[in-house]
Each structure stands twice: as structure tokens, then as C-alpha cells.
Design a protein around this ligand. Structure first.
Ligand SMILES: Nc1nc2c(c(=O)[nH]1)N[C@H]1C(S)=C(S)[C@@H](COP(=O)(O)OP(=O)(O)OC[C@H]3O[C@@H](n4cnc5c(N)ncnc54)[C@H](O)[C@@H]3O)O[C@H]1N2
Ligand code: MOO
Length: 395
């Protein structure tokens, strides 16, 4: 029996364990997920200030000539109050002196030594940024379950927050199985192939912000796999294997995983590629056994690993984050399995138009040179037509 993709996503939601939390300096939180809703320590702006270079004054005085009684620069307040018939030279970000209720930008002011005269009338509140107008101290700036971006780091820092509570980043271990697999750069013997999955897995985790996982190459030998998997399970939060998960004589991953105490959650998903996907948990450690076909690895990363990692990190947004688009041309459906199809995305006119690429078989990857999107085509009898709405993920 094949489990639908939605069923697999439900199982991750049910079984994956959240990682523990820790407090880190704000800048060290980049890419991590918040485990608290950080609150502003100060009002923003912190004090009432000028948004221009000009003159702080009392709008009620109208067009009279005003005497300059001080200067307020950013970080250097004037310390004097503006009385009737007076003004203070003020620079952008300078604290508004007491008594002033408007700032005239210098382009509309004539200055003669220590006196200024307006060329245009200025109304109350002109060119002033008021204390607390953006947010008040104590206001939450971000929510639990939100991933920290560079923009959020800036917002937190500006609000005086120097540390945040986040979930620990997952530790990831990769086991690439297969006697036939060799790294590019050496010459191949009979029946041997170049390794795609090691480089794919390693660079995908780096690209997603998890840093380089450990990658270990394991021959198709039950004892060697047992030793490598035992070590990986001891150190990682997520163990990913490639190959050896189907029904062949040398497909040892499911049996070895169970012999090491990994509880099987499911085996085989109604997806193409990636059908023999195996998933299990041992304590808080997840094991995702991916098929050896490289396109299956791609799908299992984009859909399945992404969902598992999101649950470990406590992301509140549903993952994977599907987007909407339309098919540029008709595409065949599969009556038994959902298809995950590599497509080219053209959104230059504001509509996500998805064009299917040739060479979609599980053992083929060359179209990744021009694929932007992985499109989910649910299993059904009839093919998908041009213009039909579909869901897709960024590759
Ligand atoms: N009798 C059946 N045979 C197969 C079935 C089935 O249901 N019944 N399912 C097929 C499907 S679908 C898939 S997918 C594969 C998955 O097989 P495994 O997970 O056991 O993977 P392997 O046999 O080890 O490898 C499959 C394929 O991929 C190549 N490979 C492996 N590792 C790499 C690598 N690192 N880089 C590049 N290519 C790799 C390997 O040489 C094989 O050609 O099973 C089908 N069989
Ligand atoms: O599920 Mo397999 O990856 O189709 O060939």
C-alpha cells in the first residue's frame, strides 16, 4: 500500500520531535526559528526628532524673522527650548527641542547670520518623527515559529534586543550507499557510475542554511551499513540515507534501521519519483531513507526533508510552502502516484506559468540546469490541461 503525500506530511506532524531551545546573540540567530516572541525594549523612535536638515520652530509664530538659539544634531541635543520668535538649527535625527512643534527644511528658509525667515508657511507636526509612533516598548516584533532573516535581525537590534530564544539547528548526517557509486574525477570501471546524491544532499542542506552535513559513503554490505548508521543515529537529529531502500537483494536500509531500534513510521509513498521512501523515528532522531535514483532524492528533499526539518525547528508556517501557478501546456497524469515534475517557471508577466521540461525519469537530472520549479500533479486518470492551476515549490 502506498501512502499519499499528504499522509506522509501528517505523519511528520504527528511524530517529529521539536529540538530544544537556547538563547543566542541576535546576529547568531540568522536562519534559526524563534522560540519566543521578542518584545521591543524601547519606544521607536526613542525620542521625538527631525526627519530633515532645517530649523525647529513654533508654527504659531507664522512668518516672522526668528532668532537662532542653538543647534540639535543627531546624538547631540541642543539643550535649549524654543521660545516665541526663536528657532534651533536641527539636523536629521536630531532631538526636537522643547517648545518646537515643527521643522522647516532648509530649502524653504533664508538664513542671515543668526536669523532665519520662512519662504513658505509651516504647519504643526511638519517633518517630525514622534517618539513611539512606530511602536511602543513592550510590543512583540516577531512571532514564535518565525525564521530569522537579516531584515528581522535589523528590526530586533534597532529595538534594543540583544539576544533571542531559538530552537537549536538540526544536526544532519548523510549516508550514501552503493558499491557502484564513485566521485567525479576518477575513471569508472564496468557498472560504475558517478555519485550525484552525495553532492546533491550536501549542497542542498548548505543551501537551506543548515551548514554542511556529515557525508559518509557506505558499501552495499549489511555490517558496514549497520556500523555507519549506528554512528549517524548517535550524533544526528536527522539521518538521511540514499539508496538501498527498495526490494532488491542488497537493499538493507529498512532492516538495518529497524535492527538499530528505529521505529518504522511508513514505507512507500504514492509519489513519482521517490516511491520507496522509508521514514522512522528513534527517540527524537528521525531517519529518512531515500531511494537511490537522484530525481527521487531531489523530491524527497524538497517535499519531505523540508517538512521534517520545519517540525524539528518549530516552524509555524505549513511546510513545504506550495505556491500557485498555471500549466503552460498539457502534461500527463499518473493514475497511481502523484507526480512531482521539474518545470521551467516564466513569471515575467506576473503570472507563474510552468513549462514542463523533458527527461523526467527518476534516473535523470540533467534538466535541473534549467528547472526552477517542482510541480505537484496529484494522481488521476485524465491528463492535466494547459491553463490548469497547479501547486509548485521553488527548486
Ligand atoms: N521490483 C521492484 N524494483 C524496484 C521498485 C519496485 O517497486 N519493485 N521500485 C523502483 C523504484 S520506483 C526506485 S526509486 C528504485 C529505488 O531503489 P533503491 O532505493 O533501492 O536504490 P538503489 O537500488 O540503491 O539505486 C537506484 C538507482 O539509483 C542509482 N544510484 C544510487 N545511488 C546513487 C548516487 N549516489 N548517485 C547517482 N545514482 C545513484 C543506482 O545506481 C540505481 O540505478 O528501485 C526501483 N526498483
Ligand atoms: O520512485 Mo522511483 O524514484 O520512481 O523511480
Amino acid at each position: 500500500m502506498l501512502l499519499p503525500i499528504e499522509g506522509a506530511l501528517d505523519e511528520y506532524r504527528r511524530t517529529v520531535v521539536r529540538l530544544d531551545t537556547g538563547r543566542v546573540p541576535v546576529e547568531a540567530a540568522l536562519g534559526a526559528v524563534l522560540a519566543e516572541a521578542p518584545a521591543a525594549r524601547i519606544d521607536l523612535p526613542r525620542f521625538t526628532q527631525s526627519s530633515v536638515d532645517g530649523y525647529a520652530l513654533r508654527s504659531v509664530d507664522g512668518m516672522v524673522s526668528r532668532e537662532l538659539v542653538g543647534t540639535s544634531a543627531a546624538g547631540d541635543p541642543s539643550g535649549v527650548a524654543v521660545g516665541p520668535g526663536q528657532a534651533v538649527r536641527i539636523l536629521t535625527g536630531g532631538m526636537l527641542p522643547e517648545g518646537a512643534d515643527a521643522v522647516a527644511r532648509q530649502e524653504i528658509v533664508d538664513r542671515d547670520g543668526s536669523h532665519v525667515r520662512l519662504r513658505e508657511a509651516v504647519t504643526e507636526r511638519t517633518a517630525i518623527r514622534y517618539a513611539g509612533e512606530e511602536l511602543a516598548a513592550g510590543t512583540a516584533i516577531a512571532q514564535i515559529g518565525q525564521r530569522v532573516t537579516s531584515g528581522l535581525i535589523a528590526a530586533l537590534a534597532m529595538a534594543g534586543i540583544d539576544s533571542v530564544l531559538i530552537r537549536r539547528r538540526p544536526r544532519i548526517a548523510v549516508l550514501v550507499t552503493g558499491d557502484e557509486v564513485l566521485r567525479a574525477g576518477v575513471s569508472l570501471g564496468p557498472g560504475q557510475i558517478y555519485d550525484a546524491n552525495g553532492p546533491l544532499l550536501r549542497s542542498w542542506f548548505i543551501e537551506q542554511g543548515y551548514g554542511a552535513p556529515s557525508v559518509v559513503y557506505v558499501p552495499d554490505d549489511e555490517q558496514a551499513l549497520t556500523d555507519a548508521m549506528r554512528q549517524a543515529l548517535d550524533v544526528a537529529d536527522l539521518v538521511v540515507t540514499s539508496g538501498g531502500v527498495s526490494v532488491g537483494d542488497r537493499d538493507f536500509v529498512p532492516a538495518v534501521a529497524e535492527s538499530l531500534g528505529v521505529r518504522k513510521v511508513f514505507w512507500k509513498v504514492a509519489q513519482k519519483p521517490g516511491k520507496p521512501l522509508w521514514f522512522g523515528m528513534r527517540g527524537a532522531t528521525a531517519l529518512l531513507g531515500m531511494p537511490g535514483n537522484p530525481a527521487a532524492v531531489l523530491v524527497c528533499l524538497a517535499v519531505h526533508a523540508r517538512a521534517i526539518l520545519g517540525h524539528m525547528e518549530g516552524v509555524t508556517q505549513a511546510l513545504p510552502a506550495w505556491r500557485g501557478g498555471v500549466l503552460a501546456a498539457a502534461v500527463d497524469a499518473d493514475p497511481e502516484r502523484d507526480r512531482l515534475v521539474r518545470m521551467r517557471l516564466d513569471d515575467t508577466d506576473g503570472v507563474a506559468r510552468l513549462e514542463v521540461l523533458p527527461k523526467q525519469d527518476s534516473h535523470m537530472l540533467s534538466n535541473l540546469a534549467s528547472a526552477h520549479a517542482l510541480v505537484w500533479l496529484p494522481s488521476r486518470e485524465t491528463s492535466f490541461s494547459a491553463g490548469e492551476r497547479v501547486r509548485w515549490l521553488t527548486l
